[in-house]
Design a protein. Structure first.
Length: 588
């Protein structure tokens, strides 16, 4: 059982650690590795408890002889068993249960190991009935003396869920009340500390068999108020407020010990842009802070930077990127706090061109709602199929491309694929010089004539028709964006158009009857022959390895012999006039 006190050896180690940190602090941040920044078992205490009133866990096959009561109501008469009774299942014989870093030590199985409480209106509590005289409330005391942030109870209820209330007692004679705490039935859902425990009938010693899931022991928590965290917790009183035959059982109590160094509070993100973010948090008198940040998904940092303020401006960040920010308090002799974290995503930045399909690298697109005068950024994730829905919602919604510079002879048209699920619908295409900022559609440069997206163009294969619209020549050299809008309809989920493969192209090249989305490549993976369907004589096929090196190939009858390639991932580039589509395939 974990005790929260220092031995002489512990004190010596603490002093030695401090000396080492002091000597190394000026020259190296690696000394911080001696501290555990995160929630760990030493932050918790598992209490030794007095006050249990029943033995409901059988340590031998003589279930009735080694227990004094059932977990559920007396007429059901089932108890828990240890794993030397169930052989391959049951409560561990050492009585230790864990939930993360929280450890519970159950009482000895040969004595009382539960605070068992029936409800005040239990139907079996009358004179001569099985539950006669059994308590509806009870008190327990803790041997260890600690200040706590949170109490954790290892509990269950037999014969249905129960509701409990009670009082937490402190050494100075004060108390803190709690109420309406829900305790699940031992076969129900909750925060599970232990599962597949097994049970048996106290009347005939019959086991219920190898369990699957329940019976369980659950965890519930009670927060200690800030005003009471400076007080020693000595015990608690609990009452079963259930009106039926449900029976409450408490098996163990643990606590989160008040830290010697508190974590920063109210960490918040006050501003974020494509390359910067501003953060702030509550001040902490007499303490300094240390921070670090990493890309989301990377390991937690081991090196931190010192800051004496309660706010920080980060710069030189990457746009359209997920970060996790870590902040901890430096409490001097009391060490470091557990870090507080906040995740944020930088905004999208403008791009120099959009000569890529939706299936290419991540891009940023803006959806703008003119009616609510609001806008938000949406991001594309690498490796995902992407199609966008443009629809009307009480007013006009717009889907806006990243900005790009119009170049004479190469980007004087916008090409896109679109499909319609229910009936014909008109799509308006706009040209704007607003870039990747919220658009003021009263200042659009140009309105391109509406395009009718016909039904039925959408099927199970997600086939789209391709459209090309001209960008007026007077905008050559200017940075523009393209906006798409469904033409004025009422709000319904069916009033939308799906867009895909948006990119710039040359208007002089006709692509009206050619759809890259209809090209099929199979089988994928392949061992020898790769077939390509729905290409024509003007289609150019190239293959590149994963490093971008082009591989010489021959296309014969719309098929490619790849049998001589090494096993691995390759990129098949399909070009048609000024358009291109890339498809990955696997050679095995």
């Amino acid at each position: 059982m974990k005790k929260n006190y220092f031995s002489k050896t512990s004190i010596l180690l603490v002093c030695l650690t401090f000396i080492l940190l002091t000597l190394g602090h000026a020259n190296s941040r690696s000394s911080h590795d001696l501290y555990n920044y995160y929630d760990n078992p030493s932050d918790y205490i598992s209490y030794t408890i007095t006050g249990f009133n029943e033995d409901v866990i059988a340590e031998t096959g003589n279930l009735g002889g080694t227990t004094t009561a059932s977990v559920d109501k007396a007429t059901d008469n089932y108890c828990y068993i240890t794993n030397n009774v169930g052989i391959s299942y049951g409560i561990p014989i050492d009585g230790v249960l864990s939930y993360g870093n929280i450890e519970y030590q159950l009482a000895d199985f040969t004595g009382n190991n539960s605070l068992r409480l029936i409800g005040a209106s239990n139907s079996l509590s009358g004179v001569g009935s099985p539950e006669e005289g059994n308590p509806t409330s009870g008190s327990i005391s803790f041997t260890e003396a600690e200040q706590l942030e949170t109490l954790y109870l290892a509990v269950t209820t037999g014969s249905g869920a129960s509701i409990i209330s009670g009082t937490i007692h402190f050494q100075d004679g004060s108390s803190q009340n709690f109420s309406s705490l829900s305790i699940p039935d031992w076969y129900a859902n909750g925060t599970v500390v232990a599962s597949n425990l097994g049970r048996g009938n106290r009347g005939n010693n019959a086991l219920s068999g190898a369990p699957s899931g329940g019976p369980y022991i659950f965890q519930v928590s009670i927060d200690i108020s800030i005003a009471n965290q400076s007080k020693i917790v000595t015990g608690m009183t609990i009452q079963n407020d259930t009106s039926g035959d449900e029976v409450f059982n408490l098996f163990a109590v643990s606590g989160k010990v008040v830290p010697s160094c508190y974590s920063p509070t109210n960490l918040s993100l006050s501003a974020v842009s494509a390359t910067a973010a501003s953060l702030s948090w509550d001040e902490s008198t007499g303490n300094t802070f240390e921070y670090a940040f990493v890309l989301d998904g990377e390991p937690a940092p081991t090196t931190y930077q010192v800051i004496s303020n309660n706010n920080l401006d980060l710069s030189n960040l990457s746009s359209n990127t997920d970060y996790v920010f870590y902040l901890k308090t430096n409490c001097g002799l009391n060490g470091y706090s557990t870090p507080t974290t906040i995740a944020f995503t930088t905004l999208c930045d403008s791009v120099s061109s959009i000569n890529e399909e939706f299936e290419s690298d991540p891009s940023c697109w803006l959806i703008y709602n003119e009616a609510s005068n609001s806008s938000y950024w949406d991001r594309l994730s690498s490796g995902q199929m992407r199609s966008w829905t443009v629809y009307n919602e009480n007013a006009d919604n717009y889907l806006v491309t990243p900005s790009f510079t119009v170049t004479e002879g190469s980007t004087d048209a916008i090409s896109f694929a679109a499909c319609r699920l229910f009936g014909d619908l008109e799509l308006e295409v706009y040209l704007s010089s607003q870039g990747n900022t919220p658009l003021d559609f009263n200042e659009l440069l140009e309105t391109i004539n509406p395009i009718t997206v016909e039904y039925p163009d959408y099927d199970d294969s997600n086939n789209f028709d391709t459209y090309v619209v001209d960008i007026p020549s007077q905008y050559v050299g200017e940075e523009v964006s393209i906006a798409f809008r469904v033409r004025g309809l009422a709000s319904t989920t069916s009033n939308h158009i799906r867009l895909d493969n948006v990119f710039t192209t040359q208007s002089t090249l006709s692509v009206d009857n050619y759809n890259l989305n209809k090209i099929e490549v199979f089988p994928n993976p392949t061992k020898d022959i790769l077939y390509i369907k729905n290409i024509d004589s003007e289609t150019v096929i190239n293959i590149y390895d994963i490093l971008g090196k082009q591989i010489i190939i021959n296309v014969v009858d719309n098929s490619i012999d790849v049998s001589t390639l090494k096993d691995g991932i390759y990129v098949l580039e399909i070009k048609h006039q000024n358009r291109a589509k890339s498809i990955r395939f696997v050679k095995n």
